[in-house]
Design a protein around this ligand. Structure first.
Ligand code: IPE
Ligand code: IPE
Ligand code: MG
Length: 242
């Protein structure tokens, strides 16, 4: 059952993992899994927008993914540019704003142009903000923020650092989902994940469907977020004890 609107996380982040295993299980090349992963992302974006999620941040290519075989890396770059040219008009009609986060200067001119064009075409959309972390790493993000602040002679505080991260999003993720049964962050949103609820799905990313998304939303709705404070239930029992 879908949770009530007020229990829907405002900001969801997803480590879209398991494309390669999805392909291997079918005796297909890994790149076929990445292609199917785009389909999965496409339906997740629509479903999140329908459920009232305002920000969706996805991990598409990590700082460490360059260590994969060259043909997989170039295949991923091609899939990104192709997906953008195909999907941007429809995403725009759904009110989705695309934002890319990561070390863009390390990407080819062609890819950089595609990212800039997609951001420009969707800049005024307000239903859902889709942050695509591409050539992104949480450590990269913290270091680039600190370097920018040092260059400007700014004082480093928790608040000022948060504002200088490449991925400020105006909010930190309420819920982080990772698929494929792996239970680690793999350098995703290290700073921003401080108080995110974590949810792990056994499904491989291409198999992650609307039913799986609703299961994650239901799990989130049942959590009690405490942010270091005393929880509601615990506060009550403390009061009766006094
Ligand atoms: C996630 O799927 C996509 C990227 C990292 C680009 P993987 O390619 O990591 O799939 P597995 O983990 O090998 O199955
Ligand atoms: C994390 O997945 C990166 C993305 C989903 C883009 P990986 O598959 O690269 O992570 P590890 O290597 O299993 O930790
Ligand atoms: Mg993986």
């Amino acid at each position: 059952m879908a949770p009530t609107p007020e229990a829907v996380p405002r900001h969801i982040a997803i480590v879209m993992d398991g494309n390669g295993r999805w392909a291997s299980k079918r005796f297909l090349p890994r790149i076929a899994g990445h292609r199917q992963g785009v389909e999965s992302l496409r339906r997740t974006v629509t479903a999140c927008a329908k459920r009232g999620v305002k920000v969706l941040t996805v991990f598409a290519f990590s700082s460490e993914n360059w260590k994969r075989p060259a043909d997989e890396v170039s295949g991923l770059m091609d899939i990104l540019t192709l997906a953008l040219s195909r999907e941007v008009p429809a995403l725009s009609r759904e009110g989705v704003r695309l934002v890319f986060v990561g070390a863009r200067n390390e990407l080819s001119e062609r890819v950089q142009k595609g990212l800039a064009e997609a951001e420009r075409a969707t800049a005024n959309n307000t239903v859902l903000r889709l942050n695509v972390c591409f050539n992104y790493g949480g450590r990269w993000d913290i270091v680039q923020a600190v370097n920018a602040m040092l260059a400007r002679g700014e004082v480093l505080t928790q608040d000022s650092l948060s504002l200088n991260l490449a991925a400020p999003f105006g909010s930190e993720p309420d819920l982080i989902i990772r698929t494929s049964g792996e239970m680690r962050l793999s350098n995703f949103l290290l700073w921003q994940a401080a108080y995110s609820e974590l949810y792990f799905s056994e499904l491989l990313w291409p198999d992650f469907d609307v039913v799986a998304l609703d299961a994650a939303l239901a799990a989130y709705a049942s959590r009690e977020r405490r942010f270091g404070m005393v929880g509601a239930t615990r506060a009550d029992s403390n009061n009766t004890a006094v």
